[in-house]
Design a protein around this ligand. Structure first.
Ligand code: ZN
Length: 540
């Protein structure tokens, strides 16, 4: 029981201590789950195992501060209808049709990843087209954003939705020009559909989650925040599935945001809990919709289709929930995309801080896409942070330009956030954004230039700022920056080795390959492992 913890010595590395951008050491020694030594090889203490890094670059592990691991895991169990998998509406229908032919009558077909922006036709399949390809099986196609879905007639039948249905608060059932349901369901109407559908087998999802987490570590993540437990399959189902993983001692450090009102959390006997492994101290709320569906609550009408979007719930009630969560000691995370929604949420943070000051609350606004006038100084004042998704600049380039016209340049602020001294934290929001943090970093620099004109070049981050937003940003959002995210003695042994220097201005960040990932002192991903030698006693 009193065994000394296992120690590993990494030699011949190019070691960055943090995102400061200077190589300071060639050797690093870990002991147990902590870093023991960083410096030069001739001063390094002995260790049980030695790994020759052969010049690989070492840096602190990355954090994805807003990801939907559960969503990624369930997508892997479904029919991929993203533009990379099906390249046209016709190909999509073919894919659905062949799935339908292989599936028993009555079994649900679940398609995911649909994005009309990536298809040459730029349109949704019609209800009639879907009925022709899957006449006997209920079919639901989830748009990649998760806020919109398309269903066929069999699904409407099974769900008990008929032509008489009226729109719920905060959502809509689409209709064709003749007034007949067209199968498109948005926001709370889509939510109701997802909730009423039968669940995918829990053990199957848990297994898929395990492999999704392994992939996250392969990409260089050592921590991640599940951005809304309850967003994909409902809170209780998702919570129960995560509980199956808890005993795995999954190495990835996890944080969870519960998509619950404080009262619902209380009813489930859930209280904010901070932990280095399995942290559950945040509640997630949705203030408004998204740009893609033009449901974000904006002041200026959308450039292409008009309209000002809407709030997902009553504004007063939202504010009440935020204040109540704050008083309960929860970190509050609010999805807010449109400037109207963002301003309203900041107002709720201000009210909460007035009722009970909490200088280090670190409440979060997720997305912060359309910055309201004067919003950042108010964010600074209440100690709130911006959690952004730089890969949206590429993934949603087209949508952003169409929705905002010339004003698109001012969306997805980044540099101005840092200039206002508001913490700027990067994340993927996968599967909506790109899973890889390296793609996110690249887009933080190029502002989506791979899809056309860069969106707001003046908002581009420097390379160091971009790396730091994944290296330090997420740790800060999780309140873990005092013990991880920097490679120095006593800090957590959460680190990665990569094949090229991310701080070198000539390196394309998208091409960075992660060779090794260590979390809590254990190597979880390793393509240089063949060089590791269990060389106890032979240190030189
Ligand atoms: Zn999200």
């Amino acid at each position: 029981m009193t065994d000394r913890p296992h120690s590993t010595r990494f030699i011949n590395g190019r070691i960055y201590r943090d995102a400061g951008g200077r190589i300071l050491a060639d050797t690093l020694v870990t002991q147990g789950d902590a870093i023991h030594f960083v410096g030069s090889r001739n001063e390094a203490p002995a260790a049980e195992t030695t790994v020759d890094l052969r010049g690989a670059v070492v840096m602190p592990g990355l954090t994805d501060a807003h990801i939907h691991l559960f969503g990624l895991a369930t997508e892997r169990l479904q029919v991929a209808l993203d533009p990379a998998s099906v390249k046209s509406v016709a190909a999509l229908l073919d894919c659905v049709s062949s799935t339908a032919q292989r599936s028993p009558q009555g079994r649900w077909i679940r398609g995911v990843g649909f994005d009309e922006n990536g298809l040459p036709e730029h349109r949704y399949p019609t209800r009639e087209e879907l009925d022709a390809t899957a006449p006997d099986q209920p079919l639901v196609i989830r748009r990649f954003c998760g806020h919109t879905a398309i269903v066929n007639s069999a699904a409407l039948r099974v769900l008990g939705i008929d032509e008489e249905v009226s729109d719920p608060v905060g959502g809509s059932f689409g209709r064709d020009p003749a007034g007949r349901l067209n199968g498109i369901v948005k926001e709370s109407a889509a939510d109701a559909v997802f909730r009423k559908m039968p669940q995918v087998d829990r053990a199957l999802v848990a297994n898929s989650l395990r492999s999704t987490i392994a992939d996250a570590m392969r990409l260089g993540l050592t921590a991640a925040v599940e951005a809304a437990v309850g967003f994909t399959s409902g809170f209780d189902e998702e919570h129960a599935t995560w509980e199956l993983l808890r005993s795995d001692r999954s190495r990835l450090r996890l944080g969870f945001m519960y998509r619950l009102d404080p009262r619902e959390a209380l009813a489930r006997k859930l209280a904010p809990h901070r932990s280095p492994d399995w942290q559950t101290n945040s509640l997630k709320f949705f203030a408004d919709g998204i740009v893609g569906a033009r449901t974000a609550a904006v002041t200026t009408a959308f450039h292409d289709v008009g309209g000002n979007g809407f709030f997902m719930r009553d504004e007063e009630e939202l504010e009440h929930a935020i204040v109540e969560a704050h008083l309960g000691g929860w970190q509050v995370a609010v999805h807010a995309v449109g400037d109207r929604a963002i301003s309203r949420v900041i107002g709720a943070f201000e009210r909460a801080q007035k009722v009970k000051p909490w200088s280090d609350a670190r409440h979060r606004i997720e997305h912060y896409t359309c910055p309201p006038m004067g919003g950042l100084p108010r964010m600074k004042q209440v100690g709130a942070i911006v959690v952004s998704q730089p890969s949206f600049l590429s993934v949603m380039h087209r949508t952003t330009v169409e929705a905002f016209g010339p004003e698109a340049e001012s969306k997805y602020p980044a540099r101005s956030v840092l200039d206002a001294r508001v913490p700027y934290v990067s994340s993927s929001d996968a599967p909506t954004g790109e899973f890889s943090p390296w793609v996110g970093m690249a887009n933080a620099l190029d502002r989506g230039a791979d899809k056309g004109k860069p969106l707001g070049s003046s908002e581009a981050l420097s390379r160091r700022q971009a790396v730091r937003s994944y290296m330090h940003g997420g740790a800060y959002a999780m309140r873990q920056e005092t013990w991880r995210g920097v490679l120095e003695p006593g800090m957590a042994a959460d680190l990665i080795a990569v094949d090229r220097d991310a701080f070198d201005a000539s390196v394309d960040l998208k091409s960075v390959m992660v060779l090794m990932t260590m979390v809590r002192g254990a190597i979880e991903h390793d393509v240089i492992g063949s060089q590791a030698s269990a060389a106890a006693g032979s240190m030189h």
